[in-house]
Design a binder for this molecule. Structure first.
Ligand SMILES: [Zn+2]
Length: 83
């Protein structure tokens, strides 16, 4: 697993559409590679935001704050499993 392949798999990784073997490969790489760890985190925020906030321009400040909180909570929960 290299950085290029790892980042190419982020989408499927987040969709849970990878095989168990590849999930382990991505997890191992992200654990060892700080660059991909940051990329995956950024990617997760982007994907989560774009899925939950549609369209973003119509969302109130209050809702955005709530979403940020949810994302932060999800991060701290998933950190043990992913990173
Ligand atoms: Zn990497």
């Amino acid at each position: 697993m290299n950085c290029k392949l790892c980042s190419a798999l982020f989408q499927e990784f987040l969709d849970n559409s990878l095989s168990e073997e590849l999930i382990v490969e991505v997890q191992n790489h992200v654990r060892a590679c700080s660059k991909c760890r940051v990329s995956l985190r950024t990617y997760t925020v982007t994907v989560t935001l774009s899925r939950k906030v549609d369209p973003p321009c119509c969302v109130s400040r209050e809702t955005l704050d709530r979403l940020r909180k949810i994302i932060r909570e999800n991060f701290s929960k998933s950190r043990g499993a992913v990173v």
